[in-house]
Design a protein around this ligand. Sequence first.
Ligand SMILES: Cc1cc2nc3c(=O)[nH]c(=O)nc-3n(C[C@H](O)[C@H](O)[C@H](O)COP(=O)(O)OP(=O)(O)OC[C@H]3O[C@@H](n4cnc5c(N)ncnc54)[C@H](O)[C@@H]3O)c2cc1C
Length: 277
Amino acid sequence: MSDTPEPLRRRPPLQAWPLTVVDALDVTPRMRRVRFVGETLEAFPWRPGQDLVLNLPTPQGEARRHYTIRAFDRAEQRLDIDFALHGDSPATRWARSAKLGDALVAHGPRGRNVVRPEADWHLLVGDETALPAILAMLESLPPAARAMAFIEVRDADERQAPAIVADVDLTWLHRGGPAVAASRGLIDRLALFAPPPGAGHACVIGETAMVRAVRQGLIAKGLPRERISAEGYWRPGRVGGHDHVFDAAEVVERVAERVSGRVAAAINRRLSPSAGR
Ligand SMILES: Cc1cc2nc3c(=O)[nH]c(=O)nc-3n(C[C@H](O)[C@H](O)[C@H](O)COP(=O)(O)OP(=O)(O)OC[C@H]3O[C@@H](n4cnc5c(N)ncnc54)[C@H](O)[C@@H]3O)c2cc1C
């Protein structure tokens, strides 16, 4: 047995991927696709639905923003990212002006908003920021899979036609204006959702207040918490980042987990003083 104690708990750092822009195009009036290549992407471990943290160059330095991998082609070492254009923000400005040869570093892939292959059915809910993840997940489902997707966009011009082979009911909701917090479209539509029989899995992503409300509604309909993946992708006033979406009982559990993680790290440092330097 080794004398060196095993670390008790440590999250591995996200891997860095240098990327270069090879193309940029408008998928819809408000969704801009940037296509990247990367020499190391042959080893890229992607699951549809996952995202990258992009270090976007800005005049002030860098803006770190999460963006979903819309598509990945290992043979071509190429990936696509779709940017919802929402205003005059660092990511929107970068995406609008992206051109051949622009370079950045991305970290990841990360995220647990992915398809659970063992689920009897899949429910995918979200707004424009969730659209790349939802379409990537729907396109990854095999013909025998059953899914329901509810996507809220500004208007009919923002709809897309994904290449789906599974049995999917795709419902587009039109907000009729710019994105807002707690938009009622998805919340009200999902209030009418009747979970089919069997053990399904739901993925609810997009603006944080909407995600929280839809998740609570699904829990009230009897969907177990552990079969709902939920994450806040943006909210008014927040810059970059993401929101975990829990309820009070889970907050207590997660705080306890974090505290025990910190205690574990402190023990590791005591046992192995050079670790973590
Ligand atoms: C895991 C994950 C995956 C994501 N994937 C995608 C993706 O594939 N495509 C995508 O477009 N977005 C995606 N997002 C959302 C994106 O990261 C945020 O919208 C981010 O804030 C955009 O950065 P920004 O520089 O444009 O705005 P920021 O500088 O971060 O925000 C400035 C202000 O703009 C407003 N704002 C931010 N985003 C929006 C929005 N979408 N609509 C309206 N107002 C907004 C807020 O008031 C915010 O305070 C993802 C987020 C997460 C967490």
